[in-house]
Design a protein around this ligand. Structure first.
Ligand SMILES: NC(=O)c1ccc[n+]([C@@H]2O[C@H](COP(=O)([O-])OP(=O)(O)OC[C@H]3O[C@@H](n4cnc5c(N)ncnc54)[C@H](OP(=O)(O)O)[C@@H]3O)[C@@H](O)[C@H]2O)c1
Length: 331
């Protein structure tokens, strides 16, 4: 039997999400993690030892220049995504970069232009887009069986430790609810309804200047409306509701992770579909798709396109302009 071709991934920034990626990659047939890079060699060595990764580097530059990797997963705080993506592309490495993809639209445009020019794969690690329950919800909407979408409500809030030094409260690292969790429900709204004709946003702030929560209204032609909310100071329902002419799709808590659907075709009866898979954390799907694209020499993915990332960041810029949220060294 012919051996499956695998993308050799390098993990850049061995923090919390890098662990989930590495665990998931071990379950994906067309991917393998061959190296890890940290700003600190000891941390890279510890991570490599724990996950039995053959190569480790004490600088991001060394990882980008390594012959042992084809692609790099960028898992640092958002403030470094733009600069690191450009550097990976310069070194001809494919890039899967965590959300928030960058700090503003100008940065995303530069990343996309660089990838296109160098013919290097680039994708935002919007893992929810590839989760089977989320894909099925989109399929139901697009099939038209429940009629047109009339409104959407979606939220993502959790109570984070109130530590002004932490990534979530530190503006220099892109801290705040919007860029960490608020972009998920916005992404859902854009996936279903596309670009809004109107956005109205209100937010609250911590002493560090980071946004602690916000509520955002999205207006569309013919009176179609969506409302999203996000928070890092309280646990919210984390349920998404897509309300259509002939029914409703509820993406159950926590809707952005592997979850389940309740598909209502009248007010009370619903069909329940559970998509959680024991032993998987859900990141397997995006890794499999990105790896397949890289093996096929593609520059972008067809589901999470460069245009999708740009539209999302344009909305985030508009929300930030309305609530007066600026990031040092980026705005
Ligand atoms: N897709 C998801 O479900 C998901 C979930 C959580 C987070 N994320 C995203 O993933 C990114 C990382 O989040 P995380 O929670 O994994 O972050 P984290 O654990 O706080 O940091 C990740 C790593 O980034 C490196 N780093 C580089 N510059 C840094 C700086 N100035 N300050 C602190 N660390 C720095 C550090 O590694 P070294 O110093 O060892 O190099 C650190 O371990 C964020 O953009 C976040 O939004 C995505």
């Amino acid at each position: 039997m012919q051996e499956q071709k695998k993308v050799r991934w390098g993990v850049l920034g061995p923090g919390k999400i890098a662990r989930k990626f590495t665990e998931a990659a071990s379950r994906v047939e067309n991917a393998t993690v061959t190296a890890v890079g940290s700003r600190n060699e000891g941390r890279a060595k510890e991570f490599a030892g724990y996950y039995k990764i053959p190569h480790f580097y004490g600088s991001y530059q060394a990882l980008m220049q390594s012959d042992e990797v084809d692609a790099i997963y960028i898992a640092t705080p958002h403030s470094a995504h733009h600069e690191l993506t450009l550097a990976c592309i310069e070194n001809k490495k494919a890039v899967l970069c965590e959300k928030a993809f960058a700090m503003n639209t100008k940065e995303v445009k530069e990343m996309v232009e660089a990838a296109k020019k160098a013919k290097v794969f680039l994708m935002e690690a919007m893992w929810t887009r590839f989760l089977p329950h989320f894909e099925h919800a989109l399929e139901i909407v697009q099939s038209g069986t429940l009629g047109k979408v009339k409104s959407i409500q979606a939220d993502f809030g959790f109570k984070a430790p109130e530590d002004p030094e932490s990534r979530l409260y530190n503006l220099a690292l892109g801290g705040g609810a919007l860029m960490d969790v608020g972009l998920y429900p916005i992404f859902l709204v854009l996936s279903v309804l596309g670009k809004p004709s109107e956005i109205i946003a209100k937010a609250a702030f911590a002493d560090t200047g980071a946004d602690t929560q916000e509520t955002i209204f999205f207006g569309y032609p013919e009176g179609v409306q969506a409302v999203t909310s996000s928070s890092i100071i309280t646990d919210t329902s984390i349920i998404a509701q897509i309300n259509l002419e002939k029914g409703r799709i509820e993406i159950c808590r926590p809707w952005y992770q592997p979850s389940s659907l309740k598909i209502y075709n009248n007010r009370f009866d619903y069909q329940y579909e559970n998509y959680e898979v024991f032993g998987q954390n859900g990141y397997e799907h995006e890794i499999k798709e990105a790896s397949a694209d890289i093996l096929a020499n593609k520059v972008e993915n067809t589901k999470m396109t460069h245009a999708n990332s740009l539209m999302l960041m344009e909305c985030l810029d508009e929300v930030r302009a309305q609530i007066g949220l600026k990031y040092p060294n980026h705005d």
